[in-house]
Design a protein around this ligand. Structure first.
Ligand code: HEC
Ligand code: HEC
Length: 246
């Protein structure tokens, strides 16, 4: 009986901590540090640490599996699984791993608003505080049948990271880091979106930021377009961008 209640307690603890970390992840869309920082001390080893899901149509869910092994000599407990974007969800099939034991992490990526190559990381934390990181890549091809009118990166659960962080930001740089950097890069070097260096035309920038380019990949950010930015924020941001790289 005592053993049974200990196990129940342990399971409750695991469920509670997984739920907790899921909430934390929603609130802090931080970029995780580079993988090699963790590799040395963690006993949870991704084998392999990169999986390619292949090609999927935009709007369809992409599903992949990452295999994890406990390379240590003691039990290891996965206490949190984070992903780079809230558009992907990673779930371990099992949290508690015996020494030498394996489990799989299922990763589901919502491909809405994605185009071309996408790359997502998955970060595991075990009960000893060690972390391991792996990558999932996929190629998203255009889907002519996708109904974009009812979906937006500014709505639903996407809003926590793609809409809300713009609120109250007054400086161009702050607005940029809050809602642009995830696609255009922290240094405007370009990631999934193109590089925004050497854009000196303030009016064109204002127009593109406010109204978008007519695709779900770069929606209009003005409030009138369903986006998060006030007219003042759009102007400030366009001005800030246009004055860089001179
Ligand atoms: C927890 C915060 C968070 C949430 C919630 C979130 N995102 Fe993101 N998103 C990010 C971050 C951070 C990046 C940049 C890192 C990356 O690409 O994984 C990003 C990148 C993106 C990109 C560009 C990169 C790519 O994969 O094409 C798209 C498109 C995107 N998100 C769409 C969405 C959609 C659609 C939703 C809702 C289903 C969503 N996001 C929810 C944080 C979030
Ligand atoms: C979800 C990802 C995403 C976010 C967030 C995003 N962009 Fe974009 N942006 C893109 C993509 C992708 C393109 C290219 C669109 C295309 O060609 O269909 C683009 C295009 C642009 C362009 C036109 C670039 C050119 O060379 O013509 C500008 C300017 C721009 N974005 C500015 C911004 C600013 C400023 C923000 C923040 C308010 C922002 N974007 C937020 C993905 C994003």
């Amino acid at each position: 009986m005592a053993l049974k209640s200990t196990i129940t307690g342990l399971l409750l603890f695991i469920v509670a901590s997984l739920t907790l970390s899921a909430c934390k992840q929603m609130q802090t869309p931080k970029m995780a540090p580079a993988a090699d920082k963790f590799a040395s001390n963690s006993v949870l080893v991704f084998e392999p640490d990169h999986v390619d899901i292949g090609t999927v149509k935009e709007g369809e869910k992409a599903v992949g599996y990452l295999r994890v092994r406990n390379a240590g000599e003691a039990m290891a407990n996965i206490i949190s699984v984070q992903t780079s974007c809230g558009c992907s969800v990673a779930t371990p099939e099992q949290s508690l791993l015996m020494p030498g034991g394996f489990t799989r992490i299922k990763i589901v990526v919502d491909t809405f608003a994605k185009q071309g190559k996408a790359r997502k990381w998955v970060l595991l934390t075990d009960d000893a505080g060690h972390r391991s990181k792996a990558w999932v890549t996929l190629h998203v091809k255009p889907n002519p049948h996708l109904d974009i009118s009812t979906r937006s990166i500014f709505k639903g659960k996407c809003a926590a990271c793609h809409f809300d962080p713009a609120r109250g930001k007054l400086k161009g740089m702050d607005i940029y880091q809050a809602v642009c950097a995830m696609c255009h890069g922290t240094d405007r070097e370009g990631v999934s979106g193109p590089s925004l260096k050497y854009h000196h035309d303030k009016d064109r920038l204002s127009h593109v930021i406010a109204d978008g380019v007519g695709s779900q990949h770069m929606p209009g950010f003005a409030i009138s377009r369903g986006g998060p930015l006030t007219d003042g924020q759009v102007k400030t941001l366009a001005r800030w961008l246009s004055l860089l790289d001179k």
